[in-house]
Ligand binder design. Structure first.
Ligand code: SF4
Ligand code: SF4
Length: 185
């Protein structure tokens, strides 16, 4: 298995994994919400698009939510780059967290996991079509190819974001695989 060494490669792999996603226009799930966190290496590129970036405590960076009011405990602020009809103003330059969705990271019982968000219609369709198990296995294979330094970078950024914005509400997700890194969660 060839390793995935860079964020660009990883985003391309996620795009391939989700290449048959054609149901977004029919989907009623309100995505493009929540705190859209950025890896350090993404900040300049996102800033250059004209997007407003929110920095919290010099620790974590986000695309500013719409009508930002500094309420970190509101779970689902809408992304400021969202346009009507599920259009993204910076689609080709969207950040890692948007390329990876409906995959994502979650902390549970002091452990970090790759998860699949099961409210996403793309995933619901896979469950109905009995292709979800295959999708999970393909996802696991992809995740195992992520080079450890890249994974640590993603995990440490997620950790900072998680502890700044965490909420008592839970997302609906299925765990795919525990993230094994030296990052404490
Ligand atoms: S939740 Fe899934 S299917 Fe719905 S718009 Fe988002 S990515 Fe598309
Ligand atoms: S950057 Fe684009 S794809 Fe990502 S949450 Fe915002 S509107 Fe959605």
């Amino acid at each position: 298995m060839n390793a995935i060494n860079s964020l660009t490669e990883l985003n391309q792999e996620f795009d391939k994994l989700m290449s048959d996603m054609d149901c977004c226009q029919e989907c009623n799930f309100p995505d493009c919400m929540g705190f859209i966190w950025l890896l350090d290496e993404e900040i300049d590129q996102i800033y250059e698009t004209g997007a407003e970036i929110l920095n919290i405590n010099n620790e974590a960076n986000f695309i500013a939510p719409q009508n930002y009011q500094a309420n970190l405990y509101k779970k689902y602020p809408k992304c400021s780059l969202y346009q009507n009809d599920r259009d993204c103003q910076i689609y080709d330059q969207r950040p890692f967290v948007c390329h990876s969705y409906p995959l994502g990271l979650e902390c549970e019982d002091d452990k970090l996991y790759w998860v699949i968000h099961t409210d996403c219609l793309f995933i619901q369709n896979k469950i109905v079509e009995n292709t979800f198990s295959h999708f999970i296995q393909t996802t696991k294979n992809l995740i195992e190819r992520i080079q450890p330094t890249l994974m640590s970078n993603i995990a440490s950024t997620f950790r900072k974001m998680f502890f700044l914005t965490t909420s008592t509400e839970k997302n609906n997700y299925q765990i795919v695989k525990e993230v094994k890194t030296d990052v404490q969660v």
